[in-house]
Write a protein that binds this ligand. Structure first.
Ligand code: GLN
Length: 486
């Protein structure tokens, strides 16, 4: 084979591992070497666990020899640094957790460990997953491997960049308002946000608990199906995880989409949508039609309220979730003359500007006298947004739309203006408010050579139809084959 091992997908690497043609130790060493040499150019990894990865790779090798392997045995992965890992520093890209070493594994990490995966390390993100560009990391931004003057998207920017730059075989991210799909779109990889409750959130450091979900970022659609298969399912440790049986996500891959009704939401194609993004997405719709899908126009009339609704619900939950960083339980502690001063010093020093802004906004929205006007109102609009989707899915099996209104913007471009940053989430946040699954698959490039993603949205627990459609689209196109010039 001429391609280096690090450039392979899970689906291409797994057969080589299971036939014993390559060893997990060899793949892991190649990746560790590449990370050592190239991570500095992108700042994708915050922590590289050479010792742990080597040990896991050796275990995987033994297991492959005993023929007790799964398709993930020996596959080197990168984990977003919001997933707690036993004995391995987990920072959430925040100074407040800079030296935090969790005593347990998130359920997704435990499941992947059991499946025999190898953890290369923890990747960069916006602090506490708050952001759309990875510029809110306390440890410096991650750069887009397609164009290093541009952001990789966020908040799972490290995950997306690491996959696109072949610094891992695949990765996990989290998505509260688009944080898997948008960086996947900006880095030209596949990203899947599962239905709320499909994947256990145990050990996912909470941002907005009613919106957060964990999901894969991968080099091809089949890999996303493989990772979802391994992490999905009920977990007694997360009361919001759902006992609905996990279907076989691989079975649907390769099935044709003839006759499938694909809804095109009118509100996702209005003004503000970049011309090149629009052209790429329209081209993708044509491809779906040429594969036999039936396109139907649908309406999601409350879309215009989504950003306002999300930025009340998310910040309210964040202000409550982040109250635990008080300098006492864990993480940073900055002393003061009394308890209150210690809290204030710790939180002022430990949190970055965006996190502080959101805590203040959320505390305000939840405070007596404003609760009804903001938080309760937002919950009511959230219901309307969910009903929009329910009505749409009576007319179609899934929806197709852009992921983000523009390709990856330039570093620094939106830092000074949080509102324009928030507006860039317009097409992704509704899925979190409604709890439905969403996927981003590469569908084109801008004139600057920046990737553009197509977003597919499904009804609750409709991950299979998203994977089926994305896989049919992928097989009919070759956007996913183009590699970042890194
Ligand atoms: N950009 C959105 C936010 O800042 C979404 C982030 C996410 O999904 N974690 O809240």
């Amino acid at each position: 084979m001429t391609e280096p091992l690090y450039s392979l997908s899970i689906s291409r690497l797994a057969p080589l591992l299971s036939r014993g043609e390559v060893s997990p130790v060899e793949v892991t060493e190649q990746l560790l070497d590449r990370i050592r040499r190239r991570n500095g150019e992108l700042n994708a990894y915050l922590t590289v666990d050479e010792t742990g990865a080597r040990a896991q790779a050796r275990d995987a090798e033994a297991r492959l020899r005993r023929e007790e392997a799964t398709p993930l045995t020996g596959i080197p992965l990168a984990l977003k640094d919001v997933l707690v890992t036993q004995g391995l520093r987990t920072t959430c890209a925040s100074k407040i957790l800079e030296n935090f070493v969790p005593p347990y594994d998130a359920t997704v990490c435990a499941r992947l460990r059991q499946a025999g995966a190898v953890f290369l390390g923890k990747v960069n993100m916006d602090e506490f997953a708050m952001g759309s560009s990875t510029e809110n990391s306390a440890f410096g931004p991650t750069l887009n491997p397609w164009h290093r003057e541009h952001i990789p998207g966020g908040s799972s920017g490290g995950s997306a960049a690491a996959v696109a730059a072949d610094l891992c075989i695949a990765s996990l991210g989290s998505d509260t308002g688009g944080s898997i799909r948008q960086p996947a779109s900006h880095c030209g990889v596949v990203g899947l946000k599962p239905t709320y409750g499909r994947v256990s959130r145990y050990g996912l450091v909470a941002y907005a608990s009613s919106l957060d979900q964990i999901g894969p970022l991968t080099k091809e659609v089949r890999d996303a199906a493989l990772l979802l298969q391994a992490i999905a399912g009920f977990d007694a440790k997360d009361s919001t995880s759902v006992p609905t049986p996990v279907p076989d996500y691989l079975e649907v891959l390769g099935q044709e989409i003839r006759g499938l009704k694909v809804g095109v939401p009118r509100e996702y194609f209005g003004h503000g949508l970049d011309k090149e993004v629009e052209a790429a997405v329209q081209g993708a719709l044509k491809t779906l039609a040429s594969l036999g899908a039936e396109l139907v126009e649908v309406s999601l009339p409350h879309t215009e309220y989504a950003v306002a609704t999300y930025y009340v619900v998310a910040v309210a939950e964040a202000s409550s979730n982040l109250a635990r960083y008080d300098g006492v339980k864990y993480g940073l502690r900055a002393e003061g003359r009394n308890l209150l001063e210690m809290y204030a010093h710790t939180r002022t020093l430990g949190f970055g500007a965006e996190v502080r802004r959101r805590i203040m906004l959320g505390t305000y929205a939840l405070s007596a006298g404003y609760y009804e006007a903001y938080y309760q109102k937002a919950l009511q609009v959230r219901t309307l947004i969910r009903r929009d989707f329910e009505a749409a899915f009576e007319q179609c099996a899934l929806l197709a739309a852009p992921v983000a209104p523009t390709p990856a913007f330039r570093l620094g471009e939106k830092v000074a203006d949080p509102l324009t940053m928030y507006l860039s989430d317009i097409f992704t946040i509704s899925a979190n408010l409604a709890g439905i699954p969403g996927l981003s698959v590469p569908c084109g490039f801008s004139s600057l050579g920046l990737p553009i993603g197509l977003q597919l949205l499904g009804p609750p627990f409709g991950e299979a139809v998203l994977l089926q459609t994305a896989s049919a689209f992928e097989q009919a196109t070759d956007f996913h084959r183009r590699k970042a010039p890194f």
